[in-house]
Design a protein around this ligand. Structure first.
Ligand SMILES: Nc1ncnc2c1ncn2[C@@H]1O[C@H](COP(=O)(O)OP(=O)(O)OP(=O)(O)O)[C@@H](O)[C@H]1O
Ligand SMILES: [Mg+2]
Length: 583
């Protein structure tokens, strides 16, 4: 836990200090203002002493001077309040800029993480962690800049000043009071925060139990176990109650302890200085000044403990996200990766083996070629590894053995960006952004003109459908495109792949949700678009791939048959049986 807090702290420093010149200037300004503020607040007791000296006539000054000093005393007080706010104004930008950098860093990192991370993530949990980190950053950063730093500087200066004015005894005494207070607070607040963690844990357990019970409300009803559910939740709530009281009591005890330390300190200093006044080694003004310094710290110190706790909690809240920032993507660009560009594509799988986990092989020493400008079709039973092949080609995963070559280059030697730019893919599951139809199609090429977007929509047979919509291209498709039918989604996916204008097309069941007639019409367009372009088609409906130059039959991750439609029929193997079954 300690180590994570230190990591979080260094992260904060890096976001705040190494952000930009402008932020550094702001921090320096904040420091200057803070020092000025401290100067003011330390001079207020000094002026107060002066006023008392004058009023008790231990010094002789003209009436004008006295009134001037009194006015100065008031002005200092007002100025102090104003400057405190002005300083905050400088801090706002530092904070918000830091939060922005942190959030953008997290987002960039998440974009760069591999598919397997995203498959395993729990979006709700992740979003919670990001929010926690943002609040944590803000609380910790604000606490440090606005409170901890100024208070510590102020205390050091006050001790120095007291030592200079009244000797080491007073300085040391003030130092001892502060040190005891701080050590006491840090030690017991740590204990209190442990108690708080336990309380949070109990609270999460109670919440989780309620959510689980509500999700399964049907089961609860079927078995009439409402009473059982309620008593189970109540048991957890009882634990929560106990831990809550414990942690709150702890904080109260800490506050009492802090009060006692300050009280005893104040008592000692008052006794010492009061005695000195009695013995005439000190003026009443000095007595007031010393008391002023001690009292001046009681206020900030009383929330020092609270702020310290906030900072601790903030740092703690950041730690979950820092762990994620530390996860390295599994797929990374080779340092020597080239930004490759080409006008044609030839793909070769050379003895490629792959499994998502070490225990289960999905593809077993697979070799085949998609020659330049040719169309290769992959067919085979469900789960045989067809979509897996497209994921490997896209380099979402790396093969465990063998290599995939693009125009003779191992795809691991090309930058991921340049590789994926060359491939236009329609995946088996279409995911859309919760935005307009137009946006979703135009996503294929962010620079495309409106005419190009509409032409792509036309090729994917979308225009007729879009014309029927009241909002036309501006229709919002709903989360993940759930407001569209399966066939409509597929055609959008096709349109945006067409718009990308790649040199290699990969269609994974790209027309499987369409009715026969629409599929035929689109098929014609697709053949025109992909004419002369290297194409990989995956299909269960064999009628859509009869025209392919080569058909590969995949079974259990191995190629069992390969050839043209007529050759495969002549072999009378799996393809022949599938073909007859579908006829
Ligand atoms: N992320 C994953 N982690 C573990 N196993 C996976 C993962 N994705 C797919 N699989 C498994 O890999 C096997 C091959 O999956 P793949 O999606 O390549 O099949 P497919 O040939 O495309 O099937 P379909 O015709 O149903 O689309 C399946 O048994 C599947 O359960
Ligand atoms: Mg598939």
């Amino acid at each position: 836990m300690k180590q994570q807090s230190i990591a979080a702290l260094s992260k904060i420093i890096s976001y705040v200090w190494f952000n930009k010149r402008e932020t550094q200037l702001r921090i320096l300004m904040t420091c200057v203002i803070t020092l000025f503020m401290i100067g003011l607040s330390l001079s207020i007791p000094l002026l107060f002493k002066k006023v008392i000296d004058v009023l008790l006539q231990t010094t002789t000054l003209s009436q004008h001077t006295v009134l001037f000093i009194l006015a100065g005393y008031g002005a200092c007080w007002v100025l102090n309040q104003v400057i405190r706010q002005v300083k905050e104004m400088f801090v706002f930008r530092i904070l918000e800029k830091g939060i922005r950098s942190l959030t953008l860093d997290i987002f960039t990192h998440l974009q760069g993480l591999s598919v397997s991370f995203h498959l395993n993530r729990q979006t709700g949990l992740l979003m919670g962690q990001i929010e926690n980190a943002r609040y944590g950053f803000e609380a910790a950063c604000w606490g440090i800049i606005s409170f901890l730093f100024p208070i510590i500087v102020e205390i050091v200066l006050a001790i120095t000043l007291l030592t200079y004015l009244y000797g080491a005894v007073y300085g040391t005494l003030l130092f001892l009071i502060m040190a005891t207070y701080l050590l006491f607070s840090i030690f017991f607040l740590e204990k209190a925060s442990q108690a708080r963690e336990l309380y949070n844990e109990k609270r999460s357990q109670a919440t989780a139990s309620m959510v689980d019970s509500l999700l399964n409300y049907e089961t609860v009803k079927y078995f009439t176990h409402e009473k059982h559910e309620i008593s189970q939740v109540d048991l957890l709530l009882k634990h929560q109650e106990d831990e809550g009281v414990k942690s709150l009591l702890m904080v109260s005890w800490v506050s009492i302890g802090q009060g006692v330390i300050i009280g005893v300190g104040l008592l000692l200093i008052t006794l010492l200085s009061g005695n000195a006044v009695y013995n005439k080694t000190m003026d009443v003004g000095d007595f007031v000044l010393i008391n002023g310094y001690v009292l001046q710290f009681v206020m900030p110190l009383s929330f020092f403990g609270h702020i310290l706790q906030q900072v601790r909690k903030g740092l703690q809240d950041m730690s979950a996200i820092l762990n994620i920032l530390d996860t390295k993507p599994e797929i990374t660009d080779n340092p020597q990766a080239i930004d490759y560009r080409a006008d044609t594509a030839e793909v070769q799988f050379k003895a490629v083996s792959f499994g998502y986990t070490a225990e289960r092989t999905i593809l077993d020493t697979l070799s085949f070629t998609i020659p330049t400008g040719k169309t290769v079709a992959l067919v085979g039973p469900t789960g045989s590894g067809k979509s897996t092949i497209t994921r490997l080609l896209f380099r979402l995963y790396d093969p465990t053995a063998g290599s995939i070559q693009f125009n003779g280059y191992d795809i691991r030697s090309l930058s991921q960006h340049s590789l994926r730019k060359m491939i236009g893919s329609v995946a088996q599951e279409t995911m859309l952004f919760n935005d307009t139809l137009y946006y979703n199609i135009a996503y294929g090429n962010l620079e495309a003109s409106e005419d190009e977007v509409k032409h792509a929509a036309h090729l994917a047979h979308l225009d007729e459908f879009i014309a029927k919509l009241p909002a036309g291209y501006n229709t919002v498709v709903g989360e993940r495109g759930l407001k569209l039918s399966g066939g409509e989604k597929q055609r959008i996916a096709l349109a945006r792949a067409i718009l990308k204008n790649p040199i290699l097309y990969v269609f994974d069941e790209a027309t499987s949700s369409l009715d026969m007639r629409t599929e035929k019409e689109i098929q014609k367009n697709l053949e025109e678009i992909s004419a002369g372009k290297t194409t990989l088609i995956i299909a269960h409906r064999l009628s859509t791939i009869v025209h392919a130059d080569t058909i590969i039959v995949l079974e259990n991750g191995s190629i069992t048959e390969q050839g043209t439609h007529d050759q495969l029929l002549a072999m009378q193997g799996l393809y022949y049986r599938l073909w007859n079954a579908q006829k």
